[in-house]
Structures are given as structure tokens and as C-alpha cells.
Design a protein around this ligand. Structure first.
Ligand SMILES: [Zn+2]
Length: 383
């Protein structure tokens, strides 16, 4: 169930409450917990930061450790000891990985197992059964994802298959307490994206995810797809933009009416020394920080910024020590969680546009280094 609580003026930003077995206020950001853990962070860490939701991967969990143990423990919440809202992705995204995709057919997908190379055939009905066993609050349908740069004809095949699979998912999903989100495709072709959005909206799922973005298209192309999709999706449906997680992208997408985000951005970049601050991204490995006793971000109130210096975090990361990766990951996830809280507060208080303006004025998008570049924000899975 989704209920809109507050709407911004002169903007499509809104605060809402998404409720399954657990609930969370939107807009929110989900750290990625592919294998039922956010890398370097425990469930206690996530709880201490008030992380409202996370996303795991049902397809990979079904291979290892398998659904039996997760089902026996009552679902993913008990299994990982996290009691916020959980989503699971279906495996559609794994289709982008040519190393693992063997065949993409009308009936289902054939994968090569990333663990032991064995051949796996998976259908939309299988995906629903797996997600019912793993029991996240929100199950994602199996979509058919074409790689960026596919021809119009290829994208049309994917759009039609996504529709057929969504119909099969709706039909075979039996858990009435679990929310089910549909995913739209269509790449950046406006007519195909329109068709796919209409196809999915017609099925009336609990929420609509915009899939197939952030895989190599330009930021403007992504914004155009969001804007077009929002015109078709009924206002009362939550909108989830898959794979977007940089603060400057998030604030623009919230402005365009997106409610839910996920990305491995915050944790992966932390491990590589790229840290969020209110002034933009800080590359902690730079020479200037070798003797810097200050915190990552002086305005941040996380335990890392209260207790540790840039010099120490840089040294630990350079030594590839787990503690360095943990401190960096904790700060980044805290930063983005707090950022989303501030966005929600600003919407509630009728100050969203001012908040956005002030944020963007201070936030310098770093164009120099690789990992933070929009076009490289690929959701590489199987790793
Ligand atoms: Zn911090």
C-alpha cells in the first residue's frame, strides 16, 4: 500500500508511506545487499543509521544458500536480522551480463550459474515462487533487459517480453501480503518506453520501477524517460528508479517525482576511497589528506566523522584493511540516509525547492575521476 503524505509545491517531489509487512517513508534510498548483506556493514550498523530499506537479489540467494533455509527461518528479515523494509530484485538485471546469459527466450531465461557454471533455466513463475519463499516486503517482477545500445527492434522484443512476463508474474504471485512491483523497459526510445509503461500500468501492480536505466545512457536521456514515465504512471503509485544513487542525481529525480532509489554506489565507491560530503565527493587517497587530522565531512554527525581522521581512513584503505572499508562504507551509507531524511523534512516543511537549490549550490560534481561518473554507474552484479 502506498499513501501520499505531503507534496512539494512547484515540484513533483512528495513524501509518502510505503507499507508491506514493514513500512518506510519515501523518498528513500536502499543500499544494495545482493547476498543478504550490505558489504562491510552489519544489520546492527544499518539499524543504528535508521536505514529504512534495502534490496537483495532473490535469484542469487536462490542459488546460494538456497531458499530452504531462508524460508525455514521465516524469510529474509530473520535470516539477516534486519527488520526494515526489504526488496528483492528478480534476476532480470543479471541478463546484462553476457558471461552468464546463455539464452533469452519467450518461456524464460537460461543462465550459467556464477557459482559452478551449471545451466539454469528460470521462468517468471519460478521467480515469484522464490520471492514468496524469501519473503521480502516488495518482490520485483522478472523483466527482460536489453543491453544499452540495443537496436529498436531488439528493444521492442524486450518490451513485449517484459509485458508477457509481467502478466505471468501477476497471475502466479499468490502472497497477498507481499507487494509486487512491475518494471518498465524501452531503453531511451520514447515510443517504446511509453508502450512499456502503459503495459505495466494496465496490470495495476503495487508500484512501478523504471528499469534499464543508468546502464550507459546520458543523464538527460534518463531524465527524459523519467518525465515521460511520470506522465503515464498514476500519481498514487510509488515510482522506483533502479540503479541511481549519486546525491546530485537523486535530488533531481526526487524533484521529478521518483520515490525509491537503490544503488551499490555508496558502498562500492566507499571501498575505493570516494566519500560523500555536502560539498561533493572527496577522493580520500589524495596526497593532501596524508596528514589531515580532520573528519571526512565536518558537517556529518556519524561515528566515523566524530572519531576518525581523513589521514587514518586513507591509511587503512591504502593498506586494504577491512576497518578502512568499514569506516568508509558506514560514512557513505549514513550520509545518503541522512540526505534522504533531510529531503523528506524539506518536502514536509514546504522547503524542498530551497533545499535543492542550496544543496546543488554547494555540491560539486566531480568530473575528474572514474567511479563517480554517471555513465559508469553500472550495476555490475555477480561480484
Ligand atoms: Zn560521517
Amino acid at each position: 500500500m502506498y499513501k501520499i503524505i505531503s507534496e512539494a509545491k512547484k515540484s513533483l517531489a512528495r513524501v509518502g508511506k510505503l507499507s508491506g509487512r514493514h513500512s518506510a517513508e519515501t523518498p528513500f534510498f536502499m543500499p544494495v545487499a545482493t547476498k543478504a548483506s550490505v558489504k562491510q556493514l552489519s544489520a546492527e550498523d544499518l539499524t543504528s543509521m535508521n536505514v529504512p530499506a534495502l534490496i537483495s537479489n532473490s535469484f542469487l540467494l536462490s542459488l546460494k544458500p538456497g531458499t530452504t533455509i531462508i524460508k525455514k527461518m521465516g524469510g529474509i528479515h530473520n535470516f539477516m536480522n534486519y527488520h526494515g523494509m526489504t526488496f528483492t530484485d528478480s534476476g532480470g538485471f543479471q541478463m546484462l551480463n553476457a558471461q552468464f546469459l546463455l539464452k533469452n527466450e519467450e518461456e524464460g531465461v537460461t543462465f550459467k550459474s556464477p557459482y559452478d557454471g551449471r545451466k539454469l533455466f528460470i521462468t517468471p513463475e519460478d521467480v515469484m515462487r522464490i520471492e514468496e519463499d524469501i519473503k521480502p516486503d516488495v518482490a520485483m517482477m522478472l523483466d527482460n533487459l536489453p543491453p544499452h545500445g540495443s537496436t529498436r527492434e531488439e528493444v521492442l522484443v524486450s518490451v513485449n517480453r517484459t509485458k508477457a512476463w509481467a502478466e505471468r508474474c501477476m497471475k502466479s504471485h499468490k502472497d497477498s501480503k507481499q507487494l509486487l512491483f512491475g518494471i518498465t523497459q524501452g531503453s531511451v526510445y520514447k515510443d517504446l518506453r511509453t508502450k512499456s509503461t502503459r503495459d505495466i500500468v494496465t496490470l495495476d501492480p503495487d508500484g512501478i520501477a523504471l528499469g534499464g536505466l543508468c546502464i550507459g545512457e546520458t543523464q538527460q536521456q534518463m531524465f527524459d524517460v523519467i518525465s515521460l514515465s511520470k506522465k503515464i504512471i498514476p500519481t498514487e503509485k510509488p515510482v522506483y528508479l533502479m540503479g541511481v544513487g549519486s546525491p546530485h542525481d537523486i535530488i533531481e529525480c526526487v524533484h521529478m517525482g521518483v520515490d525509491v532509489f537503490d544503488s551499490r554506489f555508496a558502498t562500492r565507491n566507499a571501498r575505493h576511497g570516494t566519500l560523500f560530503t555536502r560539498k561533493g565527493n572527496l577522493m580520500i587517497d589524495r596526497k593532501e589528506f596524508v596528514h589531515d587530522e580532520g573528519p571526512i565531512d565536518p558537517t556529518c554527525s556519524c561515528f566515523v566523522c566524530k572519531n576518525y581522521s581523513r589521514a587514518y581512513i586513507q591509511f587503512q584503505l591504502k593498506q586494504k584493511e577491512a576497518v578502512g572499508m568499514r569506516l568508509a562504507s558506514y560514512h557513505n551509507v549514513w550520509f545518503i540516509t541522512k540526505f534522504m531524511e533531510d529531503i523528506r523534512t524539506s518536502i514536509r516543511e514546504g522547503e524542498f525547492l530551497k533545499f535543492r537549490r542550496d544543496f546543488l549550490k554547494k555540491y560539486r560534481v566531480n568530473k575528474v575521476r572514474g567511479p563517480f561518473e554517471y555513465s559508469q554507474n553500472l550495476r555490475k552484479t555477480f561480484k
